[in-house]
Ligand binder design. Structure first.
Ligand SMILES: NC(=O)c1ccc[n+]([C@@H]2O[C@H](COP(=O)([O-])OP(=O)(O)OC[C@H]3O[C@@H](n4cnc5c(N)ncnc54)[C@H](O)[C@@H]3O)[C@@H](O)[C@H]2O)c1
Length: 341
């Protein structure tokens, strides 16, 4: 039993690989070790509990490399993940996120093995301020990232025609130890961490009353593990699952949880009236389907997940807080920022 994890050297991939290998499942990664994600690519490679083949998912030949490797299942995680960055690197995002997904499902089809592919809640676009979003909600992505995830889902279903089991998981905001600390295009919490370590005020974009659903990475890894080894009951051979904590918190709550978790004492929370292109106001997963299918439900509450991230990452080398300011300047120059910095 060997699971091929595309993007396996990244945040979610490392947690999943550790979990699988702890219980004797062999893992192999296919990953470009992208510099925007990996400040020390060799360290990421060493941390992965199996072979890391450095190759691009957008190139079909990368999968041909594994044709005789006895792969028994595929988890497709490799993607470009920056919502605002996707608005100006559209072609590249399409090539990696849609093209890469097609290549991954075609490989799974050729090998006759199940595939679990990570999509995103970004396919839904704006969420409802009150109701949670179910898996049947129509796709209305607001970012090119969300569009590529939506197109990737459709392409995967069409390419497989139900001939091998396909699970599509749409995570909300995933947090936990090991998330990229340097990538200014993802992860508000990494920005908060950098500010807390510099003992500077946390900067919240907008009023901070926007809502999100933060899920701990270990809860997502448990769900992927379940999906890999639990047959799909539906005759379509396709299973689509939300993944979130099912708990709504505001960005102001998030900032308060981060401050409360800081080993270095409190800092102020400030607001700037900006909105980045592609950003949404509200998000919350309806996780009824997970419960109905007997899938593992989230174990972590948001405040505990935030504390786990801040405290586990405190001594890791992070980015200077100015990288987030520079990313905002870059968006402003490209006309992708509403409001004044
Ligand atoms: N982290 C979240 O909050 C979140 C939320 C929803 C969906 N997702 C999805 O989960 C998946 C994994 O995300 P993550 O948070 O672990 O991100 P990550 O950036 O930490 O990991 C992605 C990995 O893919 C690799 N990669 C990038 N382009 C590649 C390419 N062309 N070929 C091969 N490898 C490539 C990177 O080097 C990295 O190791 C992605 O598909 C992402 O869209 C993540």
């Amino acid at each position: 039993m060997t699971v091929l994890i595309t993007g396996g050297a990244g945040f979610i991939g490392q947690h999943l690989a550790a979990r699988l290998s702890e219980r004797g499942v062999a893992v192999t990664a296919l990953d470009t070790l992208d510099e925007q994600v990996h400040s020390d690519p060799e360290a990421s490679k060493r941390r992965f509990p199996g072979e890391v083949v450095v190759a691009d998912v957008a190139d079909p030949a990368s999968f041909a490399h594994f044709d005789d490797a006895g792969i028994t299942a595929v988890v497709h995680l490799a993607a470009e993940t920056g919502t605002s960055q996707s608005m100006y690197e559209q072609e590249h995002y399409r090539r990696v996120n849609v093209g890469g997904t097609v290549n991954a499902v075609e490989a799974a089809h050729r090998w006759g093995v199940p595939i679990v592919a990570l999509s995103s809640r970004a396919v839904y676009g704006e969420g409802d301020p009150v109701k949670a979003t179910t898996e049947d909600t129509p796709h209305r992505p607001l970012s090119v990232y969300g569009e590529t995830k939506s197109e990737g889902e459709t392409a995967a279903i069409e390419a497989l025609r139900g001939e091998v089991p396909l699970t599509i998981i749409r995570p909300q905001n995933v947090i936990g130890p090991g998330q990229a600390l340097h990538n200014p295009y993802t992860g508000v919490l990494s920005a908060f961490l950098a500010k807390l370590k510099a003992h500077e005020p946390l900067t919240v974009y907008g009023t901070g009353e926007q809502t999100r659903d933060f899920v701990h990475v270990k809860d997502l890894a448990a769900l992927i593990d379940w999906a890999l080894f639990t047959p799909i009951a539906d005759e379509s051979n396709v299973r689509i699952l939300n993944c979130g904590s099912g708990v709504r918190i505001t960005l102001n709550d998030l900032a308060r949880f981060a401050v409360a978790a800081s080993p270095d004492g409190p800092v102020e929370i400030t607001h700037i009236e900006v909105k980045r292109a592609g950003d949404i106001d509200h998000a919350l997963a309806d996780i009824t389907r997970l419960k109905e299918l007997g899938a593992p439900v989230p174990q972590w509450q948001p405040a505990d997940a935030v504390r786990d991230f801040i405290q586990a990452s405190w001594n890791d080398e992070g980015a200077d807080p100015s990288v987030w300011d520079k990313a905002l300047d870059e968006l402003a120059e490209r006309g992708l920022l509403e409001g004044d910095k």
